[in-house]
Design a protein around this ligand. Structure first.
Ligand code: SF4
Ligand code: SF4
Length: 192
């Protein structure tokens, strides 16, 4: 967890002192936790979650003390995008067996059940504030997910290892340099 936490700070930035969880407890229900000290399934309220928040807050597990969603770290995300108010949970996710280069470490914007974030424009605002750095961004509605950043043409060249047109070459090379280690072993890359 320390490694993951360090990557979160490196890619998303430190926790912002001006942002507090307040009444939000979205992560206590939505996230899957699997640590030596504490585990819970995804999309299930934690057994310690009460009507006024965590009932064991002073002695909560280490992961609950050190994990923060992207809204707590990324100043560019709108203040109104707190997960319980926006219907969007934004977090950095790690996959040990990624299916492509953009799944190993990536930001996921997760649409929460009953969310109006697409219709009211919040989803667009959140994506606009995230899709400009060298960190992959996925959008998930709970049943399927879509790569939002980099764009389709860049992603295709990065994954396939095909020559990119001159205007895209620097961007494609940058993605491969940063995320090439997540390339699945069975996936060939003729430029390697
Ligand atoms: S989802 Fe974010 S804002 Fe909400 S409780 Fe978790 S860390 Fe705090
Ligand atoms: S132990 Fe407390 S802080 Fe941790 S997931 Fe459960 S309710 Fe949330």
């Amino acid at each position: 967890m320390h490694l993951d936490t360090d990557i979160e700070t490196a890619l998303l930035g430190p926790v912002l002192p001006a942002r507090a969880c307040g009444d939000c407890t979205v992560c206590c229900t939505v996230l899957k936790v699997d640590t030596p000290d504490f585990a819970k399934p995804a999309d299930t309220p934690c057994v310690h979650l009460g009507t006024h928040g965590c009932t064991i807050h002073p002695v909560r597990p280490p992961v609950c003390r050190t994990w923060f969603c992207a809204w707590r770290r990324v100043a560019a995300l709108p203040d109104e995008a707190r997960p319980d108010r926006s219907g969007l949970l934004v977090s950095l996710n790690f996959r040990r067996a990624p299916q492509n280069l953009f799944e190993g470490v990536a930001i996921t914007v997760r649409l929460l059940p009953g969310s109006t974030a697409i219709a009211d424009g919040m989803a667009g605002r959140v994506l606009d504030s995230l899709c400009d750095a060298l960190v992959p961004v996925w959008f998930s509605d709970g049943s399927s997910k879509m790569l939002m950043h980099p764009d389709h043409e860049v992603a295709t060249h990065v994954i396939a290892g095909t020559p990119a047109p001159p205007p895209l070459q620097a961007e494609v090379a940058a993605w491969r340099a940063h995320y090439g280690l997540f390339e699945p072993r069975s996936q060939g890359h003729d430029g390697a």
